[in-house]
Write a protein that binds this ligand. Sequence first.
Ligand SMILES: Nc1nc2c(c(=O)[nH]1)N[C@H]1C(S)=C(S)[C@@H](COP(=O)(O)OP(=O)(O)OC[C@H]3O[C@@H](n4cnc5c(=O)[nH]c(N)nc54)[C@H](O)[C@@H]3O)O[C@H]1N2
Ligand SMILES: Nc1nc2c(c(=O)[nH]1)N[C@H]1C(S)=C(S)[C@@H](COP(=O)(O)OP(=O)(O)OC[C@H]3O[C@@H](n4cnc5c(=O)[nH]c(N)nc54)[C@H](O)[C@@H]3O)O[C@H]1N2
Ligand code: SF4
Ligand SMILES: [Mo]
Length: 826
Amino acid sequence: MVDRVADIWGARTPHGVDEPWPVRVDQYLAEGVPEHEVRWVPSACVLCSNGCGMDIAVHSGRIVGVRGRAGDRVNHGRLGPKGLFGWQANNAPDRLTEPLVRQGGTLQPATWDEAMGLVVERSRQVLTERGPLAMGFYNSGQLFLEDYYTLSVVVRAGIGTPHLDGNTRLCTATADFALKESFGTDGDPGSLRDFDLCDTLFVVGHNIAETQTVLWARILDRLRGPDRPRLVVVDPRRTAVAREADVHLPIRNGTNLALLNGIQHELIAHDRVDREFVAAHTVGYERLARTVADYPPERVAKICGVPADDIRAAAEILGAADRLVSTCLQGVYQSHQATASACQINNINLLRGMIGEPGRTVFQMNGQPTAQNTRETGADGDLTALRNWQNPDHVAELARIWNVHPLQIPTWAPPTHVMQIFRHAEEGSVRFLWIVGTNPAVSLPDLRRIRSILAQERLFVVVSDAFLTETALLADVVLPAAMWGEKTGTFTNHDRTVHLSEKAVDPPGQARADMDIFLDYARRMELTDKDGAPLPKWRTPEECFEEFKRVTVGRPCDYSGLSYEKLRGSGGIQWPCDENTPDGTERLYADHRFNTDTDYCEDYGHDLLTGAAYERQDHAALHPEGRAILKAAHYLPAHEPPSEEYPFLYTTGRTVYHWHTRTKTRRAPQLDAAAPDMWVELAPADAERLGVREGDVVRVESARGRIEARARVTGVREGVVFAPFHYGYWDTPDGVSGDGWHRAANELTITDWDPVSKQPLVKVAAVRVEKIADAGGVPSPAPTTAASRPVGEDLPPTEGGAGVRETVEGASAPVEAVRETVEEGS
Ligand SMILES: Nc1nc2c(c(=O)[nH]1)N[C@H]1C(S)=C(S)[C@@H](COP(=O)(O)OP(=O)(O)OC[C@H]3O[C@@H](n4cnc5c(=O)[nH]c(N)nc54)[C@H](O)[C@@H]3O)O[C@H]1N2
Ligand SMILES: Nc1nc2c(c(=O)[nH]1)N[C@H]1C(S)=C(S)[C@@H](COP(=O)(O)OP(=O)(O)OC[C@H]3O[C@@H](n4cnc5c(=O)[nH]c(N)nc54)[C@H](O)[C@@H]3O)O[C@H]1N2
Ligand code: SF4
Ligand SMILES: [Mo]
């Protein structure tokens, strides 16, 4: 039995490039559970986009544990700390079990009839008085495909408002847009197996070790194996990923584009371009070459604050790669010039001709477990099944399948992004806002403003959640939702692997699946198609899945060859899956033909600097016709540079033990204890200058607000302050942070977004820092593992995840021995 809070990635199972990744099954059962009495229900983990295959252990009608699925293509049996312990949230005593309705200022229990009656009454009133433009819907990256597709049809075809978005806007809108800009449609081209096969890894603004722990275990098994891939890491912090790097570029946050232009400058200058590939399979090279010519290493070094020689060294490694896998995530997507930067990472693989083949790909990563489905179903700003909302033929096709008039589908205006929906609510044009499976009162930037918008009298707020969140507290109606494990549905991870997650237990009390709630709403609203038939028509998740399959036929995300039966216990199947590809498709673009035909593409593209959307004729004039598009843009400084008043750069992100606003992970004792409260990270030199030591309480202020928390001195870049964004004001205040309001990282962030993807900027702002109290012998609540590892301080190590069993298949010795041997050998 091992402690998987202390040992985040578990035992190493190293292997060479031509050997399969060994199986290691990780299992955690609550203490005292008789294992032989457990019923195992197949599912997959919903605590990050890796989507590890797992079985849910059920005993006496309750979830009592989990184990990884040995035969799953994603994880070969492994689970990380969140996967192993996070399920305990399902059993939390404070789950929402009945609807709540605001009466006389407070939320009071109500029946479903009363609550839904009120939601419908208000919807009708707003629709009658103000029309569909007064209705807003803001959903999630954590529901199931069937929930989203139902919502998408209800809102787009039924209500007819463009104000439908997902929290995927804060998450992977940029991944979506960067894929569309370069390759024509959404969908990551590669396979997780490419990590087993690569010889070089390029990781930009992506803390894989903490945010996709099983993927990092997979990479570590290569890094410790006989054919160690080379690793280039770009991150202002010394993360566990950075510590493994051959070259680590701790750039100033907000300067990604300059660096990536600089790297391309070097690739071109040293003739590392696959000219044949570029000529045959891309457009836009001339303009790109002209643009990056302005970024020699010396200039880039000044902008990014890293040595020019390190930039050269990084480019040399990428230039020498034969099998290059590049990945990026929020360090790129949540900064200004997000889409512009993400496209440059696509460019690097395209310039090297490394895409669509084993070990050669780029991952525009997802974060949330089911974000891919939000995008595919059209529950965000996309049109269902990767269609193009600017293309009337695509809209007509959808209208035909849904049997509604094409004009009913609101494509007469661009779909509204969430920051704009909140702006409309602030101005009073949106009067009804239904928030499903997301906690914007903690996760959106500039929280004081968000609270004031949600608290308005004139705005009717409905919240569907499993817990009484900070957002739910501001709602007029709260609907209790069933969670993962309590409903059946499918979801798709970042390498397009589809899993079926079966209902293992009943939801608590009267909680209901989101799909059922939306269907109930649709019936009560009497939504119908052109012929007066109910819209949507399905009743069960499987019927919904069958309908979704229909709408994907002929589109890149073709699900038509899948079924619940086929997915059941399958180990995951990658889309597209149709009659010609019944086992799914491991890699997109294997023939180097991209989805850029003007009639087929999902988006006509944008000017990366201004975000101006191109029209059909602009796209056609490029003549991409199946070739990838190399997009170029010049670097611009962030909008809020450090100043005399706010001299530090602020950035935010995650720790390995917590999930977002902690609604789940603070209810898992092992995870809660590992990182129980807010902290901020300072670089050693900054801490010394400010007279701050481990555990001292500091105040961090921006032009928008302040937070107070204990400090941890870490390997973050000098001049940069890092704050985890997990802690809301609903968490029990520890006394240090007073009323608890001044703990959320987003008190300080800015109302601003990327011009193309509209993803908000939560990774770059300016702040000042001052010490306000001595530690008094209490260390900061930050974990001592991974990126928050203390520098120059000997603290009790973070542990407390005992009782996990790891079984390595084919290991001749028990796992402990494997662990030891590996450590000796590394
Ligand atoms: N444990 C855990 N895992 C998760 C989640 C979670 O909440 N907890 N959430 C999931 C979700 S939804 C997402 S989206 C992913 C996010 O996964 P990641 O993107 O890996 O996580 P973050 O910590 O937000 O940011 C990644 C890194 O960006 C760096 N960074 C900050 N500014 C910059 C910059 O300007 N340039 C560069 N190059 N780097 C910068 C930060 O130092 C940080 O290490 O994680 C998923 N997995
Ligand atoms: N400063 C800063 N801010 C950030 C980020 C950052 O890095 N820094 N990252 C951004 C990113 S990438 C993301 S993804 C967002 C995440 O931000 P949120 O979406 O606000 O995060 P969660 O806490 O996961 O909220 C999900 C909610 O859904 C509920 N829930 C879980 N399962 C179900 C279900 O099946 N049905 C329903 N109805 N509800 C359910 C949970 O209880 C929880 O309240 O935060 C963003 N905000
Ligand atoms: S890596 Fe992600 S999907 Fe896999 S167990 Fe961990 S949290 Fe779950
Ligand atoms: Mo995310």
